[in-house]
Design a binder for this molecule. Structure first.
Ligand code: BGC
Length: 965
């Protein structure tokens, strides 16, 4: 299909009627795509006619956009205002409307005709129709079509591969690489459908709702929820146009080189695409907290601390500043954000992500990506998908059902696609017995088709398992070699051979290279982008290490988020904020500087002194690390406080006597975890248990036995079990301080001393007992190669489980105290008038409880994510000091919908002076009021009554009401 036509399809460059027509064409698209141009034009005319009729129909039901008199939608949703039932409407064939007038003008005559004939414009088509049993290599425009079953190698590749002669539909491809020990065969079914390089957004741009913009100028933060949905399709168009032009000039080998990394440690960055022609290639570099393996970079608060702010503005700014640092160092692709879902409380990498809730994680990922890409670096949303523990991470199969996957694990990636993420990283694990980077279901069908992801999929480092992963949707092999340093590749020469013998169609290779190049142009990286100025693998390389300082004043947001993400869990007897104590003791090694310095352990793989990060590839080198004691000493001098300290965690007697007859005893403790390639204190990435480290429970109890004003501060990668001491009345305070990055000490001092009135909220539940979580690590290797991780809990883990089974948590998801008090009044819940005529029928069918049709990009379609329900209430600061409250909206789905009792669907961070009252408005899109229909493969509003609560946590509801849909 010519590009111009393709662009028109992508919702701009065409008038609204054309766009309307295209938005209605999904089930017809494959037919249209195979027609000659003349035939396509007449099909288009027919569709335009349909569009005209839709407009007419809209007019007939009193919703004419041009009249300016748009009535508000009835309480039962837009579908309820229709004069006929939508089931009947959807049964009439589209073909019967081709004689309708081709103009967009509504007339009374057409209105009547349409209303009477109950024209269908929206068949409830679902699954993409298999195109044929076409041979591999069949090409349809920029789409590719594959079908058949292939037998591929498992992991690792065989030493002397016998052959792939079992492949039923192609000849034996040459196979000339591989060293390994084990032959593992997998039989693969490949999809049979065509899809384009990027999705067709539905909905006409309707500023200010759908802003057509570039990723370099993202829409402003909207703390109320998604009342702005950016439309990046024009920017993608322009980028794809240029990418195609570039890729057209390349040889097969060059296209392969765009897709295959130059191998581990063979470039300056952790991942590198080599130079191709005049194009300089790409530098891919960790991590989600800052630029890894460099200097003069900032270490931002980890994802888990950032999420605990529940503050979109802070999250966006962090993203922007981090993005600027990556760009400043010459990194093209920043390997973050990370958004695995904290399914298992002990999982080692949970701290890299944004907690256990898909809505919170999705919003945090969305803002992070908009921020990062706004600064010009490509973001990489990782790890796709169901990578929820470190043990056996390359040999563990997540056995997860489609609904759970859609409603929890895939969701943040949908928001990432909406934020314009250039890249997605597939994970190490298997999903339902197929490796994540070979997984046609998750990569092609879900990510590229259903979410309409236009960018490229890169493998996690060594997570690629075969050459044919290309057919499952993988676009880039990272770092390019089979195992790190093996000097062999599934791609490189193998990919060239597979393309040349027709096993992998050239169109697929073109698509891979085009997606990669388009992402590069999408971010404007061809315009004066800085060169890489460091060598990630050799700090002493004086040629490449330019030591460019990219830190600017980013420490400020680090400190702010550190404070905003600190969660005040207990505060009795007015213990906090500190008020110029006469004397004070600081206890616990977490309060001080580590003996080996901030960067003493490679990738922070040790726990000594203040814990600012977990360990692994998700870290960066600190420029400095402020310990709590560093910061507290400054205040002590100002306040005239006499200050002592005790860092011997195991000498509890010494600690107790240090706390004797002292006004305030601050006890700093921590709990660490990280990525599985490093073991710390016997913890192989995942935590062995949920107890605090370094004898913390005994230390706290010893101090509390002597001091009735003991305040505990925990720097923790996630929840820990604290029940042995939390109810001790001598323990008057507890702050859960997360892993806040380089300004750890300043941030916690700000909270302790009341310079920041705490507003952090738990992004996970703290249970009373480890067993209460109900979902655990699977450690066992019973000798089989692949272990199974059954996600039998479905939607019910963390707070969703505690609520469902009435398990009382120690502190629930969303909980956090303040130094002031807030009151909530006057809840009003209404349906927002809808102006999107383009998607009228989609909305109407949704309102009628029908499943949304599965089309390319249907899960990220604008209408599904546009504001639909408005929640309004008043919030007042009823205390004596200024502070920020985090109102949270929890939706209660109808009985029988299979959903947990309460689901977070909205939040805001509202600053209020003492006595101040504000009206807070939060919007909820249809997407967040839908469940995934596995049979229909679409989103659907379950039948029955919806209600919601506004509260300060997932259990402390202050206002409640019905949702009139
Ligand atoms: C991690 C990724 C990381 C990559 C490159 C892998 O081990 O899982 O998150 O981006 O290494 O360092």
């Amino acid at each position: 299909m010519p590009r111009g036509e393709e662009r028109c399809k992508k919702s701009h460059g065409c008038d609204r009627a054309t766009r309307t027509a295209w938005s209605l064409q999904a089930p017809i698209s494959s037919v249209v795509a195979t027609m000659k141009l003349s035939a396509r034009l007449s099909a288009l005319a027919a569709l335009l006619a349909v569009a005209a009729r839709v407009e007419a129909l809209v007019s007939s039901v009193g919703l004419n956009a041009t009249s300016g008199a748009v009535p508000s939608v009835s309480p039962s949703g837009i579908g309820a205002s229709l004069p006929f039932n939508s089931t009947a409407a959807s049964s009439a064939p589209v073909s019967g409307v081709s004689s309708a007038p081709a103009s967009g003008t509504s007339t009374a005559a057409t209105t009547t005709a349409i209303a009477n004939s109950t024209v269908s414009v929206l068949p409830t088509a679902s699954t993409p129709t298999p195109t044929s049993t076409a041979d591999v290599g069949e090409i349809s425009g920029v789409s590719y079509i594959v079908s058949g079953t292939y037998t591929i190698y498992g992991d690792p590749v065989p030493t002397n591969p016998p052959s792939v002669a079992t492949s039923p539909t192609s000849g034996e491809p040459p196979y000339n690489s591989g060293s390994g020990t084990e032959v593992g065969w997998q039989t693969w079914s490949l999809s049979s459908y065509a899809f384009t390089s990027y999705a067709l957004p539905s909905g006409a741009p309707q500023p200010p709702l759908f802003v057509e913009t570039s990723p370099l100028s993202p829409p402003a933060v909207d703390n109320a929820g998604s009342s702005i949905v950016p439309d990046f399709s024009a920017a993608w168009d322009a980028a794809f146009y240029r990418a195609e032009q570039f890729v057209n000039t390349l040889t097969v080998e060059q296209k392969v080189n765009v897709s295959t990394g130059v191998f581990w440690e063979q470039g300056l960055c952790v991942g590198n695409i080599g130079q191709v022609g005049d194009w300089p290639g790409l530098c891919l570099q960790d991590s989600p907290v800052g630029v890894r393996y460099t200097d003069y970079n900032t270490v931002f608060p980890a994802g888990i601390s950032t999420a605990a702010t529940f503050n979109r503005t802070a999250i966006r700014i962090r993203g922007e500043q981090m993005g600027a640092e990556f760009k400043g160092k010459g990194v093209n692709v920043a390997l973050g954000p990370m958004m695995n879902m904290g399914r298992v409380a002990q999982a080692g990498r949970n701290w890299e992500g944004f907690g256990v809730d898909p809505f919170l994680t999705g919003e945090a990922a969305y803002e992070t990506i908009l921020g990062m890409q706004g600064s010009g670096v490509q973001a990489c949303a990782k790890h796709f998908v169901d990578y929820e523990q470190e043990h056996m991470r390359t040999q563990a199969s997540a056995e997860v059902d489609d609904r759970t996957n859609h409603e929890i694990y895939v969701k943040p990636f949908a928001r990432s696609v909406m934020a314009g993420a250039a890249s997605v990283m597939c994970s190490y694990n298997l999903i339902n017995d197929t490796y994540a980077c070979e997984n046609d279901r998750t990569l092609n069908q879900i990510l590229k088709y259903e979410l309409g992801f236009p960018g490229y999929i890169q493998s996690d480092w060594g997570a690629q398992m075969s050459t044919l992963s290309a057919m499952a949707g993988l676009d880039m092999s990272m770092p390019g070699d089979i195992t790190l340093g093996s000097n062999t590749s599934y791609w490189g020469a193998n990919l060239t051979a597979f393309v040349e013998n027709g096993t992998i169609p050239m169109s697929r290779l073109d698509d891979m290279a085009t997606r990669i190049m388009a992402s590069y142009y999408f971010l404007g990286q061809d315009q004066n982008y800085p060169n890489v100025s460091f060598n990630a693998f050799n700090y002493y390389d004086t040629v490449h290490n330019k030591h460019i300082d990219v830190e600017a004043d980013h420490y400020k947001i680090v400190r702010e988020i550190g404070a905003q993400g600190a969660v005040l869990l207990k505060n009795t007897n007015g213990a906090l904020p500190l008020n110029k104590p006469r004397n004070m003791v600081v206890i616990g090694s977490d309060a001080g500087n580590g003996a080996m310095g901030a960067n003493g352990y490679t990738d922070r793989g040790g726990d000594d002194g203040i814990l600012g990060l977990g360990w692994g590839s998700g870290t960066a080198n600190y420029p400095y690390l402020v310990s709590p004691m560093d910061a507290i000493q400054v205040r002590a001098r100002q306040d005239g406080t006499s200050l002592t300290n005790w860092y011997y965690d195991w000498d509890t007697e010494g600690a107790a006597s240090a706390a004797l007859q002292i006004d305030v005893a601050l006890v700093f403790v921590n709990s660490d975890s990280g990525e599985g390639y490093i073991t710390v204190d016997g913890n192989e990435g995942d935590r062995n248990n949920l107890t605090l480290w370094h004898n913390a429970d005994n230390l706290i109890q010893a101090v509390a036995s002597q001091n009735n004003n003991t305040i505990v501060i925990a720097h923790s990668v996630g929840p820990s079990i604290i029940d042995s001491w939390i109810e001790n009345p001598n323990i008057t305070g507890l702050i859960w301080a997360g892993v806040p990055g380089q300004e750890a000490g300043n941030a916690i001092a700000d909270v302790l001393y009341g310079d920041y009135n705490p507003s952090g909220r738990l992004p996970y539940t703290i249970a009373k007992r480890l067993e209460d979580y109900g979902v655990f690590l699977i450690l066992d290797n019973d000798g089989s190669d692949i272990i199974s991780i059954p996600y039998t809990e479905g939607l019910f883990y963390d707070y969703r489980r505690f609520d469902q089974y009435n398990i009382t948590p120690r502190y629930e998801f969303g909980f956090g105290l303040s130094y002031t008090t807030f009151e909530y009044y006057n809840l009003d819940v209404s349906v927002i008038p809808q102006y999107d005529w383009t998607d009228y029928w989609l909305m109407a069918n949704w309102a009628a409880g029908e499943t949304t049709p599965l089309t390319e990009g249907s899960s990220t379609a604008f209408w599904l994510h546009a504001p639909f329900v408005q929640v309004q209430f008043q919030l007042q600061n009823t205390g004596a000091i200024a502070g920020t409250e985090i109102p949270q909206i929890y939706v209660h789905f109808p009985e029988g919908s299979g959903e947990p009792p309460s689901l977070l669907k909205g939040f805001d961070a509202v600053y209020l002076e003492p006595g101040e009252l504000k009206v807070v408005t939060i919007t909820i899109p249809r997407y967040e009021l839908s469940i995934w229909d596995v049979v229909g493969q679409g989103w659907k509003k379950p039948s029955g009554a919806f209600s919601l609560s506004v509260g300060t946590s997932s259990r402390d509801f202050r206002l409640s009401g019905y949702i009139p849909i």
